[in-house]
Ligand binder design. Structure first.
Ligand code: CDP
Ligand code: MG
Length: 833
């Protein structure tokens, strides 16, 4: 109780004291409040423009002189030998042929939409055209072009490419800025940044003073940030009539954007790709000596079967993969071979047919095919890392003298990034395992073969049940075509789709925009921090507005967790959460961890929740893997098990034995490394909020206390709670919204027969056939009572109502009443303190 008093005292007073000292939280939050203020910043991205010299005539002269210098530099580079070579390459790109048309259209219109095939030169050339024409018109020193990218890796790689095309170092006229990293100087006129960075700049500089051109790239992806940015920019355009907005898309559905911006003109860059031969699963199986044929027949059980696998006289030895596919198809016992039955084959589990097929095809290509890089699309970071582990033990694919096995995903370090674009040594085949990043935002030049798993990890959201899921789901036809197109850039290519043709035929034409399929909590917080009007009104002006129910759910959630007060205003906690670009629940854990000075394990928990599950469960060694996980568990918590596993890995790493440690314990070494770097990133973000000392390198002055961490986890994950009901032999679980729920089999709690706590808090529930909870931690009544919901004073009544609802639902009313009065007493005590 004493501890909890301290918690509340800390949270309420600490945060409000901080907010009093930081001007950014004054009433006009995030606006420029005092002279050359540098606003609370996680990365110095809110720097104010340099003060103008008082004498404008002198200033103009300086700028004019600088522009002339830039002009001379550009001329010199283009006349040099290397510069000429690069210019020739640039001129061969389809975008170059449209250069004049594009520049004229930009001059004549405030908004322009450009579409063109991936690789035609939109991202690298168009911003350069603008920069060069500004320099030619001797406005080079005043122009200020911002080009947004949906992902950090593309912002970084593209800026580097553009700088080298201009014969410069990064940070001269071309720079980049992504979260926690950047390279730009005073001379930078063209900045590539993530969409998130531009949104954060808008927080303090609503009119984007000094910016002359904004280029929003990859709008066809319809990411939530891009859709949000477009609403804000649409409002900004009338206020800044001289500001130019250019939208770039890889697909042809650009009319939607044109009509959104009042009929803005469209320019399409015609492209060229070589033909790509397509193989669906049927064809791949045929290659292996099997045939997947449609057939209509009533089987012994009276079921009509439409498809069967028949063995042809096998041309090759019956391979392990073919039998795996056969087994999987048989196991499905399907009536018809529809996308749904294919789905139920769970083909993308490691070691199941998906990975085996990939391994088979890769070794087939390496042994039999002509030279050329292979691009393998899998669902996400998770699959990349387990697939890489699997392939590395293959005699050919794991041999660095024959294969250069690379990965391409959002967490990639810059050094590894460069390798993707480099040509491999003679006789070595480059294989790149990638997420859908390489679909449109990154172009690898020498790709000839593409393997497409047909899925991408995307969030989906069921507003009715208020259940978010991050699951691999089928891509759209447009995405499949994009992936295929990657094979035909340099010469005719081959694309292997690892699913049957009928599944492809059932794909949706386009993917649903993210704003319609994700929970809107973070977005609502952002809208609030920009001090825009009511959330639902603002979102009603989006390109495609989300359902009202989804908006209401998000607002309700933010109120429950204490980020918004009853009248939908940001609370102090809410303002801090807007500074942490991550799910609010993770941000809450970090904030409380920082305040209670036990950040170290909390950083691990939060980083662990942000990467793939580091605990691997290979299908054939499921038991061994689950037992291995149990040794980290002593306290009915998957989250604490992860903390222990990470700490063990960290120790082992000191002796360079991290990999062995992971191997022995069924852990993913890549995930451990990702956790390690995310911890550093989160720590820097927290320093930016001012909650911890900016010089701190260690963050664990409070010694390890598992109960405290349990409470912090509960603080973050609430209202994701379920009650534990024991019967004679085991226990069952129930949530208020869904009734009975189950645990994922790899949860440490699933192995227990009793859980000596009445509640579990969970990170995620996923609807498959039943509802499954992933990653749970057991908590006591008192922890739930005192840490569930908001501890700061803003929303005590709302919280009590909510908690009361839970308690009454699960307990006898008398006990519930007693609990509520306890909590009230607690709050009063603190109020009176
Ligand atoms: O944006 P878009 O997909 O239209 O193409 P881009 O990213 O501007 O790339 C144009 C061309 O530049 C590509 O086809 C590649 O040949 C080349 N490029 C490269 O060699 N290395 C990079 N890091 C980026 C682009
Ligand atoms: Mg591009």
């Amino acid at each position: 109780f004493g501890l909890l008093k301290r918690v509340d005292a800390h949270l309420g007073e600490y945060l409000s004291k901080k907010s009093r000292t930081k001007e950014s939280f004054s009433d006009n939050c995030f606006s420029k409040s005092s002279s050359n203020s540098s606003i609370v910043t996680d990365e110095g991205l809110f720097e104010q423009p340099e003060p103008m010299a008082s004498n404008t005539a002198i200033m103009e002269k300086i700028l004019w002189r600088r522009s002339l210098q830039l002009h001379a530099q550009q001329q010199a580079w283009q006349e040099s030998l290397e510069g000429r070579g690069i210019l020739e390459f640039r001129q061969s790109l389809p975008a170059y042929k449209e250069k004049d048309a594009i520049l004229t259209a930009i001059l004549q219109n405030q908004v322009l939409i450009i579409s063109g095939e991936t690789g035609c030169g939109k991202t690298t050339q168009i911003p350069q055209f603008i920069l060069e024409s500004e320099i030619d018109f001797v406005r080079g020193a005043v122009c200020n072009i911002i080009c947004t990218q949906p992902r950090r890796i593309s912002a970084m790689s593209v800026s580097e490419r553009v700088a080298s095309e201009r014969g410069e170092k990064l940070g001269e006229s071309v720079g980049y800025k992504v979260r926690l990293e950047g390279m730009r100087g005073k001379e930078t006129r063209l900045l590539f940044c993530t969409t998130g960075i531009l949104l954060r700049r808008l927080l303090i500089d609503r009119n984007l003073k000094g910016v002359t051109h904004i280029i929003v790239d990859e709008i066809h992806e319809r990411g939530i940030n891009e859709d949000f940015l477009l609403i804000v920019l649409k409002d900004l355009l009338p206020r800044r009539p001289e500001l130019k907005l250019i939208l770039m898309s890889a697909s042809l559905d650009a009319e939607l954007f044109s009509s959104y911006f009042g009929g803005a003109p469209l320019i399409h860059i015609p492209g060229f790709t070589h033909p790509v031969r397509i193989h669906f699963l049927e064809n791949i199986l045929e290659m292996m000596g099997y045939r997947l044929t449609p057939y209509n027949q009533i089987d012994d059980y009276g079921q009509e079967r439409m498809w069967k696998m028949s063995k042809q006289a096998p041309r090759k030895r019956k391979s392990q993969i073919a039998s795996a596919v056969e087994d999987a198809l048989r196991a499905a016992d399907f009536k018809d071979f529809s996308p749904q039955t294919w789905e139920s084959l769970s083909c993308w589990n490691p070691d199941c047919i998906g990975f085996n097929l990939i391994e088979y095809l890769l070794s087939y290509i390496c042994e039999n095919e002509r030279p050329g890089a292979v691009l393998v699309f899998v669902t996400g970071w998770d699959d990349i890392s387990s697939l890489k582990d699997k392939l590395q033990s293959h005699p050919i694919l794991g041999d660095p003298n024959r294969v250069s096995l690379l990965t391409c995903h959002g967490f990639l370090a810059s050094s590894e990034q460069k390798l993707i674009f480099e040509e491999p040594k003679d006789g070595v085949r480059k294989i790149v395992l990638t997420t859908n990043i390489a679909e449109t935002s990154i172009t690898i030049n020498d790709v000839v073969f593409v393997l497409d798993c047909g899925k991408a990890k995307e969030t989906s959201y069921d507003a009715l049940n208020n259940t978010p899921c991050l699951l691999p789901s089928w891509i759209s036809k447009v995405s499949a075509q994009q992936r295929r197109g990657r094979a035909g850039r340099v010469e005719p290519g081959e694309c292997y789709h690892l699913y049957p043709r009928c599944v492809y035929d059932a794909f949706a034409e386009y993917q649903l925009p993210e704003i319609l399929r994700t929970p809107l909590q973070s977005l609502c917080l952002q809208i609030k921090s920009l001090k825009l009007e009511s959330i639902s009104e603002f979102l009603s002006r989006a390109l495609q507005s989300p359902e009202l129910l989804a908006v209401q759910n998000a607002v309700e959630y933010l109120k429950i967790i204490g980020a918004l007060d009853e009248s939908e205003n940001l609370t102090i906690l809410g303002r801090y959460l807007t500074m942490l670009p991550m799910e609010p629940k993770l941000g809450k854990m970090l904030i409380l961890g920082a305040i209670l000075n036990c950040l170290d394990p909390v950083l691990t928990v939060v980083a662990g929740l942000s990467v793939r599950d580091p605990f691997l469960t290979p299908l054939d060694k499921k038991d061994l893997a689950e037992t291995a996980k149990l040794q980290f568990s002593r306290d009915y918590s998957d989250h604490l098990a992860l903390v222990r596993a990470y700490e063990g890995w960290k120790e082992a790493e000191k002796d360079l034995a991290g990999y062995d440690y992971c191997w022995k314990n069924f852990l993913s070494a890549q995930s451990m490394k990702a956790i390690d770097s995310l911890r550093v990133e989160f720590l820097s973000l927290l320093k930016g909020t001012g909650l911890i000392d900016g010089n701190a390198t260690s963050c664990n002055t409070w010694s390890y206390d598992q109960h405290l961490i349990r409470a912090i986890i509960c603080y973050g994950l609430y209202p994701g709670i379920c009650s534990v009901v024991h019967n004679e032999k085991s226990f069952s679980l129930k949530t208020m919204e869904d009734g009975p729920v189950l645990l994922y089999s790899n949860s440490v709690n699933a192995r227990e027969s009793r859980i000596p706590y009445p509640w579990l808090v969970f990170n995620e529930k996923i609807k498959v056939n039943s509802i499954f909870l992933r990653d749970s931690t057991a908590v006591s009544d008192s922890v739930l009572l005192l840490f569930g919901g908001s501890i700061s004073r803003g929303n005590v009544d709302g919280h009590l109502k909510m908690l009361g609802g839970y308690l009454e639902f699960f307990m006898q009313p008398a006990i519930a009443e007693k609990f509520q009065s306890l909590r009230r007493e607690f709050d009063e005590l603190i109020q009176n303190k």
